[in-house]
Write a protein that binds this ligand. Structure first.
Ligand code: DGL
Length: 265
């Protein structure tokens, strides 16, 4: 079978197109892998939904991705990780790599002792996030800044838009005022607006996202399971939303057109 027909891609999923910021790091580190990216656009945003809903949906998606022939699964969504990572791991036969806000590296980097974390309401209210802060940043001041509406606005209007500018004005100002010197991008949509966040903070404030750490972790997990390699960089993008409109948003964020299929887990 030609490598381009490799039936075992790595599945990556998010509520929408934030996970593409993670996918970019995964493909840069693992060019010999094929990827299947799933955006659960029909249910975006996860960030305002009940935990039980995200858990059930996450397990359903993970099971469908395994049936579709994925060899590993990356949960490229902080909100889905917070609500569903344990349930997905319990239900999935695949190696599962999840991600969480970079509070641990932030705690090692801060000099002012003030760390800002931008994330969805659901992520910040989760037990998992409370534990993360307690375990790694208890000695610091952690400002948990919920950003309701931001992921949807990035997708609906594009990063460079008035609604996004207005939301960022409101969400970043408290972090600047409190002298945070590290700001964690705790939602995979936010790297799309990293430059706009940086412009609202004093020079020298570090922004942390977890794409590269996830790529290293995925590489380790694949190597440990003898699953590394075998593809040729093929990428399929699918969405539970309407392919034409999702395709337009993908093109705007990714910077080039990618075909988008409809897929219902
Ligand atoms: N991209 C998702 C995350 O990393 C959240 C966006 C949403 O609310 O669905 O948390």
């Amino acid at each position: 079978m030609p490598a381009s027909l490799n039936p075992h891609p790595i599945a990556v999923f998010d509520s929408g197109l934030g996970g593409l910021t993670v996918l970019r790091a995964l493909r840069a580190r693992l060019p010999q892998e094929d990827f299947f990216y799933f955006a659960d656009t029909r249910f975006l945003p996860y960030g305002d939904r009940p935990e039980a809903f995200i858990r059930e949906r996450g397990v359903l998606i993970a099971e469908a991705l395994a049936r579709r022939g994925a060899k590993a699964l990356v949960i490229a969504c902080n909100t889905a990780t917070a609500a569903a990572a344990e349930a997905i791991r319990a239900a999935s036969p695949l190696p599962v790599v999840a991600l969480e806000p970079g509070v641990k590296p932030a705690a090692a980097l801060t000099r002012s002792g003030v760390i800002g974390v931008m994330a969805t309401t659901r992520t910040l209210h989760s037990e998992r996030f409370q534990r993360l802060v307690g375990d790694h940043a208890a000695q610091h001041r952690v400002l948990a800044q919920a950003c309701p509406g931001l992921a949807e606005a990035i997708e609906a209007h594009g990063p460079d838009s008035l609604p996004v500018e207005q939301l960022l004005d409101a969400f970043v100002a408290p972090l600047a005022a409190a002298s945070a010197d590290v700001v964690v991008l705790g939602c995979t949509h936010y790297p799309w607006v990293a430059g706009m966040i940086a412009r609202r903070l004093p020079a020298g404030v570090m922004l942390l996202d977890t794409g590269e750490a996830v790529a290293r972790q995925l590489e380790r997990r694949l190597a440990a399971a003898a699953l590394l390699g075998g593809g040729d960089g093929r990428l399929v993008v699918a969405s539970s939303g309407a392919p034409v409109s999702v395709g337009a948003t993908v093109a705007r964020l990714w910077g080039s057109k990618l075909p988008v299929e409809h897929w219902e887990p």
